[in-house]
Design a protein around this ligand. Structure first.
Ligand SMILES: NC(=O)c1ccc[n+]([C@@H]2O[C@H](COP(=O)([O-])OP(=O)(O)OC[C@H]3O[C@@H](n4cnc5c(N)ncnc54)[C@H](O)[C@@H]3O)[C@@H](O)[C@H]2O)c1
Ligand SMILES: [Zn+2]
Length: 366
């Protein structure tokens, strides 16, 4: 088992990240040792619950913890106020109160929903993350952003609430569909592109082995820990997103808009891969990135089978980008690179014609 300690300026001062095999028992042991006598609300979507909740509940029982499972239907549509309310009411009905701990067992949807539930339940109770998707292990379980989607937009209601610990067991990825694995790896590509050329090279070298059926979980473990460390280092430097943290948005400005326009037909990582391609085009045009560097980055997305193009309306994407909560004064802001592993501009408005060209290159229609 490997351990990484992340420190954040607020909230619990640190998050401990454990990576290794058979971690459900370790998670239960951590909870029992950290919060003796507390009740444990295991929150999971129904699909993940069917696979892994029993293992976690039994591990809790073996440590004399009073644990109970709360589930919701899988999918982004469940990351909403109604699910949160239902889970809270069920928790109260089962006698949960201030002495609760939440264990978020699942992908990013579960982490965001369960984390936000923990942030406000009885004015806030501690929680741990047990991510079960590549996206959640590489990205969403770290950094303390929690929340739900509302009609006004994705993640528009939420809170910063750091988990005390994150348990990453790549063995749990054995049941994750290959399409989800590939899309999740896009977030690791993003972390490499903004911060770490060595990680970019390692991804290129190890990708075929990672994607082979029955790939050894250890290979994932190393890349995931590095990816977490990057996310944490950036998020910790700027916990509330006004400055450095914006670089984590690389590829997401256009990516989020394309994801929404697809009616959630595209997975998040697939939409972000298109957004990264557009951001690479803009980086070449506006930030001096060498075309060969951008091509190498795009080739890694090709190797992940990410779509090179998609049919969408450029005006519709522009409208959504301007309405995004991260736009400033009606202008969409882009994170641009001048080389692989190095951000040139944290956020800059880009000329309209360059933006339209970059969107056309990934399939946008005028
Ligand atoms: N908080 C953050 O910092 C942050 C960052 C990035 C993304 N996110 C959020 O993460 C969400 C996307 O997360 P996701 O892609 O993990 O989606 P998800 O949680 O919906 O999981 C994807 C699907 O995989 C299934 N699944 C999960 N683990 C499995 C396993 N081990 N075996 C078999 N099936 C499994 C789930 O049931 C679900 O159907 C979005 O809502 C996004 O906004 C949050
Ligand atoms: Zn993302």
């Amino acid at each position: 088992m490997q351990e990484l300690t992340l420190t954040f300026p607020r909230g619990p001062v640190r998050t401990r990240v454990f990576s290794g095999a058979a971690l459900l028992g370790e998670a239960a042991g951590f909870i029992a040792a950290t919060w003796p006598g507390r009740r444990v609300a295991v929150i999971a979507d129904a699909a993940v619950a069917a696979l892994y909740a029993d293992g976690l509940l039994r591990a809790c029982e073996a440590r004399a913890l009073n644990a109970r499972l709360f589930t919701f239907p899988p999918g982004e549509a469940s990351k909403c106020r109604a699910s949160k309310e239902r889970i809270e009411d069920e928790m109260f009905a089962c006698g949960f109160g201030r002495d609760s701990v939440v264990a978020a067992l699942g992908g990013g949807v579960t982490g965001d929903l369960a984390g936000f539930t923990a942030a406000t339940f009885c004015r806030g109770v501690p929680y741990v993350q047990i991510p079960t998707t590549v996206l959640a292990m590489a990205d969403s379980s770290i950094g303390g952003k929690t929340g739900v989607d509302v009609p006004a937009g994705k993640n528009m209601i939420g809170a910063f609430h750091q988990p005390d610990a994150v348990f990453m067991d790549p063995g749990l990825l054995a049941t994750l569909p290959p399409r989800e694995i590939r899309a999740g790896l896009v977030e690791i590509v993003k972390h490499a592109l903004i911060r770490d050329r060595a990680l970019f090279t390692a991804l290129g070298d190890e990708l075929a082995a990672l994607l082979a059926p029955g790939a050894h979980p250890d290979a994932f473990g190393r890349l995931l820990l590095r990816s977490c460390a990057i996310k944490a280092e950036v998020a910790a430097a700027d916990e509330t997103e006004d400055g450095l943290r914006q670089i984590l948005n690389f590829g997401h400005t256009a990516g989020h808009a394309i994801e929404a326009l697809s009616g959630w037909e595209l997975l998040h990582g697939e939409a972000v891969a298109l957004g990264i391609r557009a951001a690479l085009g803009l980086s070449v045009e506006c930030a001096g990135m060498a075309p060969g560097e951008a091509a190498a980055a795009a080739a890694l997305l090709d190797a992940l089978d990410m779509p090179p193009r998609r049919d969408f309306s450029i005006p519709a994407v522009l409208d959504l980008m301007r309405a995004d909560k991260k736009a400033r004064g009606g202008a969409a802001l882009f994170v641009l690179l001048d080389a692989i592993g190095r951000v040139r501009e944290r956020t800059s408005p880009v000329p309209d014609d360059a933006l339209r060209r970059a969107l056309a290159a990934i399939g946008g229609r005028p």
